[in-house]
Design a protein around this ligand. Structure first.
Ligand code: SF4
Length: 245
């Protein structure tokens, strides 16, 4: 296989004018993309990509990071959506028991060091889970943050792995429209004022007029759990909250 930058450039050139679902289909079938998984939080907008994957290849590995700090509603929604869409390869990813016992034995790390908690409960488990993959599909979109303004469908993440962003060109209204048209089930917390949903201790409802992601790590400078990196560094969102979706 040629080097990753060459493959990413050729995939972008080949599928530049394709629709989101076509990019999902090509990401899962083009040999230049390699072995690809979908990483999903089963959050407020996740059902769009989950639905596309279910139409194209329902046996695709779907990696769901359970930080063991999620809302019960998210765990219930994950089961409901997986069943309803017929996704047959959803893999729940968690931190190792030994790591939790060592670094967060009483589950309070998030109260005094959110970066360390995200590292322990999200970043390390995801990195381990992605070890066998050449790429992963994410729900990131250009409109979400200044750092995403140039987002392509395919991008280099590391020297051996690419990220695929089929919804790069979608706006908030496109997501809404897709969910309505396809009658997809909504995360129950959306109706209760949570337009962006992470871990229970670090997510609060959002008031009308607030940025949809302002309920994440409210009151802290932290804007990013660290899952999205460029050149080994967590991408900060220039004043806007940036999440994994
Ligand atoms: S979002 Fe909060 S609870 Fe979840 S992993 Fe990060 S710091 Fe821990």
């Amino acid at each position: 296989m040629s080097d990753i930058a060459t493959r990413v450039a050729s995939l972008n050139a080949r599928y530049r004018h394709h629709s989101a679902i076509s990019v999902v289909e090509k990401a899962l079938s083009d040999p230049e993309a390699g072995n690809v998984a979908l990483v999903s939080s089963f959050g407020a907008e996740s059902v769009v990509l989950l639905h596309m994957v279910s139409l194209v290849a329902p046996g695709t590995p779907v990696l769901f990071i359970d930080t063991m700090m999620l809302f019960q509603e998210t765990l219930d929604y994950q089961r409901e959506v997986s069943l309803r869409l017929g996704l047959t390869n959803v893999q729940t990813i968690r931190a190792a028991d030994a790591a939790l016992a060592l670094d967060d034995p009483d589950g309070t790390l998030h109260q005094f060091n959110t970066d360390a908690c995200c590292q322990l409960r999200k970043i390390v488990p995801l990195e381990n889970a992605l070890a066998g993959y050449d790429g992963w599909i994410t729900g990131r979109k250009r409109f979400q943050a200044g750092t995403r303004a140039q987002l392509d469908f395919f991008e280099v993440e590391t020297p051996t792995r690419m990220k695929i962003n089929p919804l790069a060109w979608w706006g908030r209204e496109d997501v809404e429209e897709y969910m309505i048209q396809n009658r997809l089930p909504r995360h129950p917390l959306v109706a209760r004022g949570y337009p962006s949903i992470g871990c229970a201790p670090c997510t609060s409802p959002v008031k009308p007029g607030e940025d949809p992601r302002s309920g994440r790590w409210r009151g802290q400078a932290k804007t990013e759990c660290g899952i999205h990196f460029i050149g080994g560094k967590a991408v900060r969102a220039g004043g806007q909250k940036e999440t994994t979706k």
